[in-house]
Design a protein around this ligand. Structure first.
Ligand code: CP
Ligand code: NVA
Length: 308
């Protein structure tokens, strides 16, 4: 049987994203009206976590439940994966018992190797390299507030991490531009993430220049999971990269602010911005639920007509 995985943003075409967004809009509306929609009854999702999570776990678990299915949480700490069972063997076994798998881990290669040995679709719930589910939600949220993101400028301020890499892939698919401002030594690596087109990004050392004319300003923690030993060094290196009100005032007047959360007020973003009128971070977090329900529906059932 043919099936797809969702390991990186560039795994889907623009047309597939347009479809997903249309489904997410409908699924969200039904959910808000308390209308039951159980297309995945009898289906089981296994969620494998090698790193902490609040939003990803909750949105996938609640999402699967709301679609009529069940979700099982597996932590590598208390499964045999944490005791050295090869990821290939785990994939062969787990994928015989469930219908779909979500993995959050360190090296991107682990989700690739899992997917290569899986009988069922695999979703990347964050690796050191990519966080595709988050950017699906972010773009869906942008569209809800402002309409199409095509032709817009997204200012990325901070670390060239998994979120930044995923924004860059999304820019090629949705045809917008990312202004990437990173401190020296934290530069992006376009080749490593398969970027073909330099027209979709521009690099800056000065974050104040990167936000000029931006339609959306976004940032993330200075120290991602797995890099904790560098925390103190990073606090110094990123000191000029806090998105505060003065920085936001240089962007377009109606610019939105996004952050995948969890956030550190006073580090990468000021409390004033995070809790301010331009911030859409709570909708961005909620939309993880609706967009991932659409994603699971698509990976398991293909294109459906319910509600269309
Ligand atoms: N944004 C996000 O993925 O949050 P969690 O780490 O809480 O899942
Ligand atoms: N870049 C962050 C995102 C957390 C959701 C990390 O990888 O820790």
């Amino acid at each position: 049987m043919q099936f797809k995985h969702f390991l990186k943003f560039s795994d889907f075409s623009r047309e597939e994203y347009e479809y997903l967004f249309q489904r997410a809009r409908w699924i969200k509306r039904e959910f808000k009206q308390y209308r039951q929609y159980w297309p995945l009854s009898d289906r089981t999702l296994a969620m494998i976590f090698d790193k902490s999570s609040t939003r990803t776990r909750l949105s996938f678990e609640a999402g699967m439940h709301q679609l009529g299915g069940a979700a099982i949480y597996l932590s590598t700490r208390d499964t045999q994966l944490g005791r050295g069972e090869p990821v290939e063997d785990a994939a062969r076994v787990i994928s015989r018992m469930v219908d779909i798998v979500m993995i959050r881990t360190y090296e991107h290669d682990i989700v690739k190797r899992f997917a290569e040995n899986s009988r069922v679709p695999v979703i990347n719930g964050l690796t050191d390299k990519y966080h595709p589910c988050q950017i699906v939600s972010d773009i869906f949220t942008y569209i809800e507030y402002r309409g199409s993101i095509t032709g817009k400028i997204v200012a990325w301020i901070g670390d060239s991490n998994n979120m930044c890499n995923t924004w860059l892939q999304a820019a090629e698919i949705f045809d917008f531009k990312v202004h990437v401002a990173t401190p020296p030594g934290y530069d992006i690596d376009p080749e490593q993430i398969g970027l073909i087109n330099t027209a979709h990004y521009e690099k800056f050392l000065n974050p104040r220049k990167a936000v000029l004319d931006a339609d959306l300003v976004t940032t993330d923690v200075w120290t991602s999971m797995g890099f904790e030993e560098e925390t103190e060094q990073r606090k110094n290196d990123f000191a000029e990269f806090c998105v505060n009100s003065e920085m936001m005032s240089l962007a377009k007047k109606d610019a939105l602010f996004m952050h995948c959360l969890p956030a550190h007020r006073g580090e990468e973003v000021s409390a004033e911005v995070l809790d301010g009128p331009q911030s859409v971070v709570w909708d961005e977090a909620e939309n993880r639920l609706h967009t991932q329900k659409a994603l699971m529906e698509y990976l398991l059932l293909g294109k459906v007509t319910a509600g269309n």
